[in-house]
Design a protein around this ligand. Structure first.
Ligand SMILES: [Zn+2]
Length: 64
């Protein structure tokens, strides 16, 4: 009755890692359509440089 949806949908979550070439800061965020490795990411939260996407991967959601 309570767990109707969670049981049957084991959907993988895709993440994008953005890395700053200047200071090495890495940011993990949810994948967005159009993302690809080497694409420019958002501004670095530390130094303001433009980050690059260095990896994209899927992760299984934690089982509850
Ligand atoms: Zn930086």
């Amino acid at each position: 009755m309570m767990n109707s949806q969670q049981d049957r949908k084991a959907k993988f979550i895709v993440y994008t890692i953005e890395e700053c070439p200047a200071c090495g800061q890495k940011t993990k965020r949810a994948f967005q359509l159009g993302d690809y490795v080497t694409k420019d990411g958002s501004k670095c939260s530390k130094c303001g440089n433009t980050t690059k996407i260095t990896s994209i991967y899927a992760e299984a959601p934690p089982k509850t």
